[in-house]
Each structure stands twice: as structure tokens, then as C-alpha cells.
Design a protein around this ligand. Structure first.
Ligand SMILES: [Zn+2]
Length: 324
């Protein structure tokens, strides 16, 4: 938790030979990182930030000694607005091909759907105000066609042994990729380990899938020989990644246990998604917000899949496992 106290570096900086990062302001106390990776055969821009970040992204390229036209691929790690929001300007300025995981295509190509499924998934419980919706929409600069699907093993060779290989790291969202740069051993893993120390729930969509991804990342952390770059945290190393993973695992377990305890205590009585979400927000001191609502919903589906709770009506659940 201490590392979030550090002020992020707002100017572009090189995290490993040929790999440059810039932290873009996102919300009070929260930044999002974009990267450019450069080799003799061209460059790759990894994530594009929000719509208003285009100039900062161009400065990142300049700092890295990359002309916009040298960018061959713009690669989105996952579908969230703060990672894809500058896609159109990046694409227009560079002429690069746009690559993204298959599960990100719909939200990159259809922003109305993006807003609906991201922020309005349970309209009877929570709807953004017109202003909140407009602010979210303003982070997206334009819909762009995804030209390359980047899943596990997707590889970009930039020359001189500089090579980006994609790892499938689902859990924060259904489909997210991280990248290993072969020569430096750098790991660029965006939001694959969700932040657990924000005033809102950063969120994950499938606890079991996230746990499997965290286990995979722990193995990579043990073997890490380069820097580890998560989008919303300062650059760290393998040991730092292991600490971050442990904190995330503990948090996922705590959320799960809190929901179990609520449902167990209710006995024969059903609990609604709305009740359980509000209680989770209160227990963990987080804002009532759409990411957290989706996260609680995901945990309930997980508990249901594990045979611990039954769905008794839409968005309503009852404990069915032995109570001992
Ligand atoms: Zn995200």
C-alpha cells in the first residue's frame, strides 16, 4: 500500500532499454500508464490513455525517439476507457494497425455499448447522472476498427531481439493481455492485478479466473529479470509484483468472505444484489459505483457456481450450503 503514496513520474521515462512509459492523470491520486516499445524495425504503442491525453502520448513518442509514423502497431491491453480512449487520434497520427484482445473489440468499436455495459449494467440499481455519463463519454475520442486480434502468444518482433509476446491475463476483465519484452525481460501487465487501495472498487469480473491469473503472474514474478509495469502503480520488480499479488488475493478473499457471511447469516431469507453491494461498499469503505456493483455481481455468480448459494429471483440469492 505504501507505494501508492509515491508521486508518479509525470514525464516520459525509460523503464528498460527501448521501453518508455508515461503516467497520465486519470482521477485524483490515480494515474494510468501508456508505453512505447522501440526497435530498429518500428515501434509499438501500448494503450492510448483517454481522449485528452493525445499530446502527452505524442510527447512520450518524442522522448522515446519515435516518429509517429514509426509506430507500426497500437496495442490495447483491454477494453476499458482509460486504456483505449485515445485510439482514434493515435491511429490517425501514426497510421498504425490497431490490435486488441478479442474480448475488447465490442467496446472499442461501439462506444454506446461500452458505456451501457460498463456503467449501466444494472439500471434499476444504479444509473450515472447525465453529467457523469457525459464525462465518461468524453474520455473516448472515437470508434476505431480493430485490425489485429492479440491473444495468448501474439508476438511483435521489433528487431535486435526486442520482441513483445502477449500473455492472456483475464479476470479484471474477461479478456486482457499483458506483454513480456524478451530482451529486457520487462513485464507490462496493465490492470491484470486490480488495485485494491482506491476509494472505489477497481473491479474484476470473475473471481476464480482472476485467482488463476494471479497464480500465473506469481510464477512470472518469481522468474522476473526486468521491470514490472502495472498501469496504475509505480514501476516495480518481481518482488514488488509478488507483494501486489498477495494484497490483491487477500482482498478478493475478503470480499468473497464478506458476501458469504451476509448470505449465511440471512439463512432462509434471500438477499438482493443491491443489499449485498451496499453492504460491501460500507464494509470496505468504497464508493457506491458501477465497477463495484459488477464485482459483487461476479462474486455472487461465483458462489452460485460453487453451489453455496441459489438464485431465487432475478439478482436475488439464498444460502443453501451447510451452515457449519
Ligand atoms: Zn481496466
Amino acid at each position: 500500500m505504501e507505494e501508492t503514496v509515491k508521486t508518479p513520474e509525470r514525464r516520459p521515462y525509460e523503464i528498460a532499454p527501448g521501453i518508455w512509459r508515461r503516467d497520465l492523470p486519470l482521477a485524483p491520486g490515480i494515474t494510468v500508464a501508456v508505453h512505447v516499445v522501440r526497435g530498429p524495425l518500428g515501434a509499438v504503442l501500448v494503450d492510448t490513455g483517454s481522449a485528452g491525453d493525445h499530446e502527452a502520448v505524442l510527447e512520450l513518442l518524442e522522448a522515446a525517439g519515435v516518429r509517429p509514423r514509426d509506430v507500426r502497431v497500437v496495442l490495447d491491453t483491454h477494453k476499458h476507457h482509460d486504456h483505449i480512449g485515445g485510439n482514434r487520434q493515435a491511429k490517425e497520427r501514426t497510421g498504425a494497425l490497431l490490435a486488441a484482445p478479442a474480448g475488447a473489440v465490442a467496446w472499442i468499436e461501439d462506444h454506446e455499448r461500452h458505456l451501457r455495459e460498463f456503467a449501466e449494467h444494472h439500471p434499476e440499481l444504479l444509473l450515472p447522472t447525465a453529467q457523469e455519463r457525459a464525462e465518461l463519454a468524453a474520455t473516448l475520442d472515437g470508434e476505431v476498427a480493430v485490425e489485429l486480434i492479440a491473444g495468448e502468444g501474439f508476438t511483435l518482433r521489433l528487431g535486435d531481439g526486442i520482441e513483445l509476446r502477449a500473455l492472456a491475463l483475464p479476470g479484471h476483465v474477461e479478456d486482457e493481455i499483458g506483454l513480456v519484452e524478451r530482451r529486457s525481460g520487462a513485464l507490462l501487465i496493465a490492470d491484470a492485478v486490480p488495485n485494491v487501495d482506491w476509494p472505489l472498487f477497481h473491479g474484476h469480473v470473475e473471481p476464480a479466473v482472476l485467482r488463476a491469473t494471479l497464480a500465473r503472474l506469481r510464477g512470472l514474478a518469481h522468474a522476473a529479470r526486468g521491470p514490472v509495469s502495472l498501469a496504475h502503480r509505480p514501476v516495480t520488480d518481481g518482488a514488488g509484483l509478488r507483494e501486489t499479488i498477495a494484497a490483491c488475493e487477500a482482498f478478493v478473499d475478503a470480499v468473497d468472505e464478506q458476501l458469504r457471511a451476509q448470505l449465511r447469516a440471512a439463512g432462509e431469507q434471500s438477499c438482493t444484489l443491491g443489499q449485498l453491494w451496499e453492504s460491501a461498499c460500507e464494509t470496505f469503505g468504497r464508493a457506491r459505483e458501477f465497477r463495484g456493483l459488477a464485482m459483487v455481481d461476479a462474486h455472487l455468480r461465483g458462489l452460485s457456481a460453487d453451489g453455496l448459494i441459489a438464485r431465487t429471483a432475478p439478482d436475488t440469492y439464498r444460502w443453501i450450503a451447510p451452515r457449519a
